[in-house]
Structure formats: structure tokens, C-alpha cells
Design a protein around this ligand. Sequence first.
Ligand SMILES: Cc1ncc(COP(=O)(O)O)c(C=O)c1O
Length: 460
Amino acid sequence: MNRAFSEYDGSEVVSSDRAHVWHHIVQHKLMQTTDPMVIVEGKGLRVKDINGKEYLDAVSGGVWTVNVGYGRASIAKAVHDQLLKMCYFSNSAGNIPGAQFAERLIDKMPGMSRVYFSNSGSEANEKGFKLVRQLAAIKNGGKKHKVIYRDRDYHGTTITALSASGQIQRKDQYGPFTPGFVEMPHCMAYRAPNGADPDYGIQAAKELERVILEQGPDTVGSVILEPITAGGGVITPPEGYFETIQEICTKYGVLIHIDEVVCGMGRTGKWFGYQHYGVKPDIVTMAKGVASGYAAISTTVTTESLFNEFLADPSEKLQYFRDISTFGGCAGGPAAALENMRIIEDENLLDNVNKMGEYLLGRLRELQDKYPVIGDVRGKGLFVGAEMVKDRKSREPVDESVTAGVVANCLQQGVMIGRTMRSFTEHNNTLCLSPALVCTKDDLDEIVTAMDNALAKVEL
Ligand SMILES: Cc1ncc(COP(=O)(O)O)c(C=O)c1O
């Protein structure tokens, strides 16, 4: 019989974990000399580990996920009630929270119409790629199947999502990759030779046209873009960028797939990141913040016109979207997502994100004035990064060990901040902050004070 969690003694849990759990993106050799961290509870922005030490979590569960904060009884109740009533049925049939959430979501996304459920960001993106491939098959004689992605963007962990990702270290040793995915340059003004040009955004977007023409417009089906690149260094798009991307896609009949896995559900101060930039997507994918980690849910959202391409006479056996995701039928996911959305609305959290985001950027700029090692501060809403350099002029990045040292020092002080890691050969040099959307000025001051203390100790 299972024992209650409260009956376990901490050291027992740590030794079971150390003996049997294979942690994500961790070199386990390190755990021969240090204990794994085990998080046991959370409330608001605070979490506690198994030794009773409390931390202020400035990264929403490590990876931009727990947007409405820990310990939300109303989400737990919504999931509990739904699971008792009807936990699961394959999504070839409907369920009540799924229908309700789809309607509420589409309300926030003018121009979009259909919601496809699955359970991770990678999987949601895979659906987008499969739509493009199948559309090529049913409409374009097999042409227009290629997907263009950007250097520095990340779209997931499966082999095809990695094939569509521009992060060399994430991909290293996992090839060969899926054919038909083609890279274009990023749009990071800080690291571009022409980044200071007033029309840099337009120039960077025109790289898409160059790649489309190089590949042949009749071979390119879609381009996938993060509205603000997350793990690739918190890259906000320069002015004019998305407008030009839109023009190019319209000109060449290329679908726009926006990956909102990180930016979605309010993180940047609007419901979706793309809504800051006047772009009209054909496909939008989202995951992490959809239910703030209270349940695993992701969605692939499309326009009605894309959906209509898959309508055919039922006697045509292969002409509909023949995709299935077992756990896309878990009814607890949309139940959690509905309550998550209600909280964001009723607590006016988009407003808080905009106010607190401005405050956080301002506080980080003060640190930038104080420490030359901070070369650039970027972000939107509560999605912010500080890039560390050896030298402001040359912009030579610091070694990954330097950002790791700052993160470790903050952790010792009881504040969890993040950093870009194992994505590039050289540019894993950005500190990342993404506190829950409910954060206050006091929380942000505590985070910045810890960073200030840690930066004061940096030696290059
Ligand atoms: C922008 C982006 N897209 C997709 C993913 C993949 O999501 P998941 O880990 O849920 O598969 C991530 C994960 O960090 C991400 O940052």
C-alpha cells in the first residue's frame, strides 16, 4: 500500500530520488557529491525544499510555467471535480471543459478558430508541422512541405521539434534530423553587425525572403517563430520585424506558425506575445502557462480557413487530419486551463504584468548601470533577460560558468533565478527572470537585491 507523503522522512526521499530518478538536463555525476533538490510545497511565488528552506521563485517553476503562482486551491478543485466526474475520454469525442475552454480561448484570439488539444509544447508544435506536411500532400502535390525556423529559437525536445530549433548545443549528438527544416538568422539587434541600423527589423525579416527564394517558394509551407525568443536569450523583436515577416509570408503563400509556449497566457502583458506585433498567424501553439502547470495541456490553434482545407467527402479515407494524442483527451487539462484563465481575468493580472514588468526592467537597468558585466537588458512584461559580457565594447560573452555562479549565489540567498544554458557554443550568457504574474514590487526588489549581491562577487 502507498504511504502518505507526510509519512516519508526527507532523507529517505532524497536517497530514493538519488538512486532512481533520472533528472532532466542534469549531469548526474554532480549528484554523487550533492543532494538533489526536492521541492515539496509552494504558495504564491514561494517554494520550500525538503529540508524546509524557502525560496522566492523568480522563474515560475524553473521554466516559465506556474504563471498564476503556487497553491491555487480553486484550480486544484476544478481538476479534482472534473476527474471525479469524467477523467478521460479520447478527444475523438468532446468533453465539457474542453468545449468551454476552446470557446474562451478563441475569444482572446481574433482571427483564430479551432483548438487541437495535446499535452506538451513539443507535441503542439509537431501538430503544426504535420498540418503543413499534410496540406502540402492534399493541396500542393507534395510541394510546400518545408518549414523555416530561426537560429536561436527552440521549439521542443522531440527529434522533429529539435529539427525545427536553432540551438546548436541542444541538437548536438541527437541527429540525424528530420529533413525539410531550414534555418534562417535570428533578429537579435544586440548581436547583429547591422543591429544599430534604424531599419534593422526590416533587414532581419528580409532574411526570410532570401531563404524562401533560395529554397524555392513552391517548396516552403510555413515559418515558425517565437514572438519573443525564450531559451535562446530573451530576444524581443526589433521594430518592423513582424510586419515585414507578414508581408513576405502573404507574398509567397507561407503559413505563419507562432510558438507561444512561453509567451502565451499573459506572460508578456497581453494574452499572447504575437498580439504586440500586429501579425496574423495561421497556427498558434501554447503549453506551459495554459494551466500554469496544474495539469499537462497544450493546444495547437488554427484559423478556420486552415481547418477547412481538411474538410472532404468522408469517402476520401486520408483527407482529414489523422493525428491523435492520447492525453489530449485528459479532461483535467482544460478544467485547469479554464480556471487559470478566470484567475488571470478576475485578478487583472495582465495589468499587473505590464506594471511590474516595467518596474523590473527599470530595476535591472539600474544593475546594468552599476555592473559593466551586464551588457544588455531586454524583455517585455514579466519575461526579462540580462545578457552578461566580458567587455561592453566587444560584447564578448562571459563563460557559462559565470552566469551559473550568479544563479548559484542567488539560490544560496534563497532566490531562484534562471539562465540560458546548453543552447549554444558560446552564448549561454543570459540571466532570465520570469516571476509569476501575481508578483509585487517587494518580490521584485528581493530578486534584484539578491542579483545585486551576486553580481558584486563576479570576478572575470
Ligand atoms: C518556445 C518553446 N517552444 C516549445 C517548447 C517545448 O515545450 P515542452 O517542453 O512542453 O515540450 C519550449 C520548452 O521550453 C519552448 O521554450
